[in-house]
Write a protein that binds this ligand. Sequence first.
Ligand code: NAI
Ligand code: MG
Length: 406
Amino acid sequence: MWPRLMRVRRSGRASGAVALRLLPTAADCKQCGQVRYTKPARTTAPRQTVGPLSNPLPHELVMHRVGVIGGDGIGPEVITFAVSALERAAPGAFEFDLLPYSSAYTAQHGRSLPAGEFARWRSAYDAILFGACGDPAYPGSSFGRDVLLGARTNLDLYANIRPLRSFDHRVSPLKSDENVDLVIVRENTEGAYVDQGAWTDKGTPQEQAHDTILATRSKTERVIRRAFELASSRLRREVCLVSKHNAIRYSHGLWREAFWHIAPEYPDISARELLADAAAMRFVQAPEAFDVVVCENFVGDILSDLGAALIGGLGLAPSANLGDGSLGLFEPVHGSAPDIAGTGHANPLAAILTAAMLAHHVGEHDAARRVSDAVYEVAKSGPKTPDLNGKSSTQAVTGAVLARLG
Ligand code: NAI
Ligand code: MG
């Protein structure tokens, strides 16, 4: 495990020999194939700044610091190669800290993270790269809840950005003329995932369970605005709200009101809405009709996997968890895939595309574009893992991507 990351610094600052890179000031993302959001302003000062002080160039020279959590199952197997892709695409631009958290770590230490770890991440890192959680050897482990859901809430990473783009019609269950190029913006901190509810009278005829679906107006509005902002940088410029307000009247009703309250703020972006069940059907019938889709947590979770299936599966679906600060958490949409963990045949492309999103977020637009292009080329005409009807290994597919990165 971790064949590459073992060579990566585990902690501490880079030595004087580290490469420092210019952050581009202009973000021309039209060709990039990645989500085209702009990088939020830094909340902390750049860690390394060099250059002639007399020269007022509007550039910062920054080493991007990334905390890497492989996690469980195929997480470490694919994340190590995502790191390789970043190292190849932007040599010396990133410094990686390997963080040991996983279900096994939680079992061994009796806790998933040291106290104060999220606060440390805020000052130590520009991004977190996360593999996956879920290890059948540790049923009921709190690792995923503590670290992944914990990061989303503690760092207030309220927008889960999940782009889905067709790679190759041969791996899609769709008819060949349908092109998917959509982004799901999933609310990440509320909904049914707030872990509030009760399970009473267990073992009696009165046994009952309920979960709370939480929607706070301000938190709903901010993620809807994020979706409109994202749409304004895309060609199609449309946002579709997906909810089930006819049946889940209170929380989804609030979503609907918030959506139609905000939509007029963006007069040059089309707004529409669909009920979740109808949206699921339309995703299959006419996925090309969607541009940006905004929805609450649970609906977004389900639509994401459905959308991933349309482009060939979870092995091709990246994601970013973003808030208003500069620190983002980047993870493939898929889980730990215990059914294939350890076989050496997990598809690394989702994780590598996730790394491209990370590069884009920290301002390495050129590296992001090159990684993303390389992934698309390999998915079309390179070696494939079994999930894409190929026979190649994780390593062979990554090798093909790296070869295209020079
Ligand atoms: P999963 O996403 O791990 O796997 C679903 C199916 O897709 C499996 O057949 C798997 O082999 C395949 N698959 C997923 N990623 C793949 C890849 N990169 N290459 C090739 N095939 C891939 O979801 P599942 O099986 O429902 O859950 C497994 C564990 O993962 C559970 O413990 C679950 O709680 C956890 N999970 C974690 C997530 C995360 O870390 N964000 C998200 C979803 C599930
Ligand atoms: Mg999911």
